[in-house]
Design a protein around this ligand. Structure first.
Ligand code: ZN
Length: 201
């Protein structure tokens, strides 16, 4: 999916229907800023808006995702491509999460062993201090890296408006969380909810 090409199609189709950005936005119950964002390639319509948008624009979701009008022959090919795109995005997200989990666990074990040895083995004090500092630094950096991988794999879904978004690092880090949800403020509707982790953006 290419945001710029999809944006162009939205703009073309909107003009064909003789709608202004504002009129289209009103029909969808969103702001005209959002429509402008789509058309300039700075964002895709969220999944929940795709069907109503396509109905108004008289195009299919498949065409929206492909960014072009499709004849019968191309229709099927593009549909398959679009499905594969979505699946690859999920795969990539899963891979990031797995890497995050594995590096996190192994480094934690190594660092804790290092710090344990530093505490109980006979050695010079300076060496002891170095080992403990190195252990502590690697634990912190690995935790931050895993957070970053988890933050950017897929997206979080607002429970209020179903908007999916990638939170800022600070908000992510300090948001209370369980294994699959995190308490975050939705950038679209402003509500703070227990956002669910989703593998697709
Ligand atoms: Zn929301």
């Amino acid at each position: 999916m290419n945001q710029a090409i999809t944006g162009k199609l939205i703009q073309e189709s909107r003009k064909e229907q003789n709608l202004t950005q504002r009129e289209l936005a009103e029909q969808l119950g969103i702001s005209d800023k959002t429509v402008s964002k789509w058309e300039t390639g700075n964002g895709l319509p969220e999944v929940g808006l795709m069907l109503p948008l396509c109905e108004i624009l008289k195009i299919s979701v498949n065409e929206l995702l492909s960014g072009e009008r499709l004849d019968e022959k191309n229709y099927k090919i593009k549909a398959e491509e679009n499905i594969m795109d979505l699946m690859n995005e999920r795969k990539e997200a899963k891979f990031k999460l797995t890497v995050a989990a594995i590096t996190c666990v192994t480094t934690l074990i190594c660092s804790l062993t290092l710090m344990f040895l530093a505490k109980y083995l006979e050695m010079e004090t300076w060496l002891r201090v170095v080992l403990i500092v190195v252990g502590a630094i690697s634990i912190i950096s690995v935790l931050l890296t895993s957070c970053e991988l988890d933050r950017t794999a897929g997206a979080f879904e607002c429970q209020h408006c179903k908007n999916r978004f990638v939170p800022k690092f600070g908000a992510y880090l300090f948001g209370m969380h369980t294994l699959t949800t995190r308490r975050l403020r939705c950038p679209k509707c402003g509500h703070v909810t227990w956002c669910k982790k989703r593998l697709n953006k």
